[in-house]
Design a binder for this molecule. Structure first.
Ligand code: HEC
Length: 142
């Protein structure tokens, strides 16, 4: 049993490594953080009618990353396999504003979850948060 668990852990690590093969330094760091973001969104979605404490926790993790993410974009860091577009540094103030909108939406969702909001309010908060991810990707990610 123990061996099976170890194998599962090893194989899931292999998948992560493969997806980011060749990514180094700050690019690898931010890709890993964004990947964690995606997992957080999945956990939130799975708990919209479930455990609000999970929603609050994951929304705060998203907010925490949103508050730092622009520091992980040094000018011109588009080396393969990065999907970052050069437009980021042509509009860095706007890029920062998109990250701030993401942080705000995540904070709003965490507050909703902590205040005992119902599933429909949480779903709206989740959608609003997802929109801020997409808004940035549309302009700044390949
Ligand atoms: C302010 C802009 C911005 C916001 C907000 C943002 N992203 Fe991203 N995201 C990017 C950029 C730019 C990249 C490409 C990074 C790279 O490849 O170097 C990216 C990459 C990703 C990736 C691909 C990572 C990989 O493995 O290659 C995922 C998944 C992702 N973001 C999910 C999210 C989710 C989920 C949210 C919202 C909770 C979000 N992002 C919010 C800009 C943003």
């Amino acid at each position: 049993m123990k061996r099976v668990i170890t194998l599962c852990i090893l194989s899931s690590l292999a998948v992560v490594t493969q997806a980011h093969e060749g990514a180094e330094g700050v690019i690898k760091d931010r890709m890993d953080r964004f990947k964690a973001n995606k997992e957080s969104m999945k956990a939130i979605k799975g708990n919209l009618g479930g455990d609000a404490s999970v929603i609050a926790k994951e929304a705060l993790a998203i907010q925490d990353w949103a508050n730092q993410m622009t520091d992980f974009f040094p000018e011109g860091s588009t080396q393969s396999p990065s999907e970052a577009l050069p437009a980021i540094w042509e509009n860095f103030e706007d890029f920062k504003a998109r990250a701030a909108a993401n942080a705000n939406a995540a904070g709003d969702l965490a507050n909703l979850a902590r205040s005992g909001a119902d599933a429909s309010a949480l779903t709206n908060g989740f959608k609003a948060l997802g929109k801020t991810c997409k808004d940035c990707h549309n302009d700044y990610k390949e």
